[in-house]
Design a protein around this ligand. Structure first.
Ligand SMILES: *Cc1c(COP(=O)(O)O)cnc(C)c1O
Length: 717
């Protein structure tokens, strides 16, 4: 494996705690709260101002504060404990992967993704796909997979969301200051920084490679902002999902083709190539080219590439599948296909997808043709995908289309509130973190005293309320006089608090609950049974209907009749998500079935004891058992969207009115909602193991990665 390279020292540093610098450059800290506390406790407000980023924190902290910590025995005891745990983690040889696949330890799995959502301090993700990729890296590290990630370090990231007093979403692009990031230049075997080139029309575009250490595994991120490039090419990787189709195809060529070249230059030789979504599918073309250059006939090369490639598709929404017109393929690839010893037609047929408006070159078709193992991200989504792509396997019945299901999960330590982890630890086996995916591990959750679970839950609700107030205060400060009519938001921790946060893609129907305003007002304002709705989410800057949904929700949150019942929290990111999933009572999810491929935010909430109220879409049909939350509607199909929306809204209202709100407010003599708490426990016990990233990644290993390694399966312990 590629060794962890030591970061650049920041400055002269108090020797006794000098390893704070090394730790800052391994985002192992992002899922170890005790490591974050080593920074936070030195200066809590600086920790907030630096967006919980230890590298930036160390660049800005005062020497005197570091020296005070270095002479504080309590601090030093904590410091030593964390460093021992960190070393033990980094040096462990007894990992799950090694125990189960000792003969595969020298293989490398390369995982390509357009976005990685690891932490709020690294804003290079937009939504669920990115969070999943970030969790994938963390779990690959935990399980000890021989694994590397490949993506982009977008200097302007995704956008920051400001909402004007009129409810208009403004996209603000900050420029990341790279020296503040936990990233170091990627180097080759000769110790020199790596620069890779990809031929785009009329010129070669270069990318530098950054390296981010995620526990035991490295993540390599491309960046085209280098002096060898013309100004517009320096901006090529500036933004995630920004720009037109020409930018998009250029970025995807950099990711797929440049990504392969980057790994070669660094000296990494993967045996499995995982394309997470079609964005990176050009990597298959580059690998074909490598084989053909070595003298392999084209057909043989295709076979080799397919055998070692895994593809995960993530959406049944047609617009989520990139496709380029043939004239654009001619312009960008005319110099490429001759290197494969094939003609234009053979080349274009690799990705050809005929649409009513003509033939296109689809990244998903290319990915399906150049992989040997494929999966969707829930059982329902895989079934929908088999129907969608059946035409690529015309001689098979639809249920024999080989797209299997690996249902998404979440990285437990990233999303579980530390306060709850401590409480759970009082009843779970001491080594529960090594057995997260085993349902038996979680059975003792039933033994937690109700008042203990409720008291931690209330503490987290109060924390969420304080967070929202602080966020809103910052917003009002930014808006100045424009915000003069805004009130101080006071989320009431005693109210039933419902969270809805996700990308504002229209199929997710953020405004469904507003279909009948009078009914909603009654429902939110019942005397003695207040209900509050918290919303957060970004719409893609080009998605006008999505932005209109935000405007509607925002304006309703300022409606005097709803003012202290509905809140919109700006700038949905990992930090906001963490507070919400850990602090709400109910997590609402009402997509238009079957467009939610999986959904993962409800898994995060369920792990923290929130009850899901969800359409039976994505992961929820696999999780819902009648006792761990509620199902909106059923699994019927509808003749029209209007009919579906009306039926789902009706079902949602009646669930809230007749079941959810009464159960929450049904208190026993001790003031606790014992029946509610018993559902919380059921939610934790069922969702924590089955929708853990540990369960998910082990399935990727056994069902997809090991088969792609081409040797027979080893045994489970
Ligand atoms: C978990 C998460 C998502 C994905 O949520 P879905 O339920 O899949 O929509 C998106 N954004 C952030 C910031 C998240 O934490």
């Amino acid at each position: 494996m590629i060794r962890f390279n030591a970061p650049v020292p920041l400055a002269p540093f108090p020797a006794r705690i000098s390893r704070l610098q090394e730790l800052a450059y391994n985002i192992w800290w992002s899922w170890h709260p005790e490591a974050q506390e080593l920074y936070q406790s030195i200066d809590p407000s600086l920790w907030e101002r630096t967006n919980h980023n230890p590298v930036r924190f160390l660049r800005e902290v005062y020497l005197g504060q570091l020296e005070a910590a270095a002479s504080n025995p309590t601090y030093l005891a904590r410091y030593d404990r964390v460093m021992i745990a960190f070393d033990r983690y980094m040096n462990a040889t007894d990992t799950w992967f090694r125990r189960n696949h000792p003969d595969k330890a020298d293989q490398v799995i390369a995982y390509f993704s357009a976005e990685f959502g690891l932490h709020e301090a690294l804003p290079i993700y937009s939504g669920g796909l990115g969070i999943l990729s970030g969790d994938h890296c963390k779990e690959a590290s935990d399980l000890g997979l021989p694994f590397v990630g490949v993506g982009f370090l977008y200097p302007q990231g995704y956008f920051r969301q400001y909402i004007t007093p009129e409810g208009v979403q403004e996209a603000v692009y900050d420029r990341l200051n790279f020296p503040d990031l936990p990233a170091v230049p990627g180097v080759g075997p000769d110790g020199r920084e790596v620069l890779v080139g990809v031929e785009l029309p009329g010129r070669t575009v270069y990318a530098k490679v950054w390296r981010i250490q995620v526990g035991r595994i490295p993540l390599f991120l491309l960046d085209t902002d280098v002096e060898q490039n013309a100004p517009q090419d320096r901006e090529l990787s500036a933004r995630l999902y920004g720009g037109d189709q020409r930018i998009r195809i250029s970025q995807e060529m950099m990711l797929g083709i440049g990504g392969v070249r980057a790994l070669r230059a660094i000296g990494v030789h993967p045996s499995v190539w995982h394309m997470n979504e079609g964005h990176s599918a050009f990597l298959g073309l580059e690998r074909l080219r490598e084989f053909v250059v070595q003298g392999r006939p084209f057909d043989k090369a295709v076979e080799e590439v397919r055998n070692s490639t895994v593809f995960t598709t993530h959406t049944p929404v047609a617009a989520g599948h990139d496709a380029f017109p043939f004239h654009m393929m001619d312009e960008f690839f005319a110099g490429f296909w001759p290197q494969l010893n094939i003609d234009r037609d053979t080349f274009l047929s690799l990705g050809r997808h005929d649409q009513p408006w003509g033939p296109t070159f689809s990244m998903t078709v290319l990915a399906l043709r150049l992989s040997g193992q494929y999966n969707g991200v829930s059982k329902l989504h895989s079934q929908v995908s088999r129907e969608m792509w059946h035409w690529l396997w015309p001689d098979r019945p639809v249920d024999k289309v080989p797209i299997i299901a690996v249902t998404n999960g979440v990285h437990t330590d990233t999303w579980l509130a530390p306060q709850l982890a401590d409480l759970y630890s009082t009843v779970l086996r001491p080594d529960w973190r090594q057995h997260i995916d085993d349902p038996a591990t979680w059975e003792p959750i039933a033994n937690i005293p109700d008042e203990a679970l409720w008291s931690v839950h209330m503490e987290l609700k109060r924390k969420l309320a304080a967070f929202i107030r602080e966020r809103d205060w910052q917003r009002r400060r930014r808006l100045g006089p424009l915000a003069e009519h805004d009130i101080d938001p006071q989320v009431n921790p005693k109210a039933l608090v419902i969270g809805f946060a996700r990308r504002f893609a229209t199929y997710k129907r953020a405004t469904l609950i507003f279909r009948d305003m009078e009914r909603l007002k009654r429902l939110l304002n019942q005397p003695d049974c207040p209900v509050e709705l918290l919303f957060a989410g970004k719409a893609h800057p080009a998605d006008e209907p999505g932005k209109d949904f935000i405007r509607q929700v925002y304006l309703l949150s300022k409606d005097p009749a709803l003012r202290d019942r509905i809140y919109f929290i700006e700038e949905y990111d990992i930090n906001v998500a963490r507070h919400l999933v850990q602090g709400v009572d109910v997590w609402l999810n009402n997509p238009r079935r079957p467009y939610e491929a999986s959904g993962t935010s409800g898994q995060k909430a369920g792990l923290n004891g929130a009850l899901n109220v969800s359409i039976l879409d994505g992961w929820w049909p696999e999780a819902y058992n009648g006792k761990n939350g509620w199902a909106i509607g059923d699994d019927r199909s509808y003749a029209s969207q209007e009919e579906q929306d009306a039926a789902d809204a009706e079902s949602l209202y009646s669930l809230l009115e007749n079941e959810v709100i009464p159960l929450y407010y049904q208190r026993d003599a001790d003031g606790l909602p014992h029946d509610w708490i018993s559902r919380m426990k059921n939610s934790i016990m069922t969702i924590a193991p089955n929708f853990s990233f540990a369960r998910m990644l082990k399935e990727y290993v056994e069902w997809l990665y090991i088969p792609a390694m081409g040797v027979e399966l080893a045994k489970e312990d």
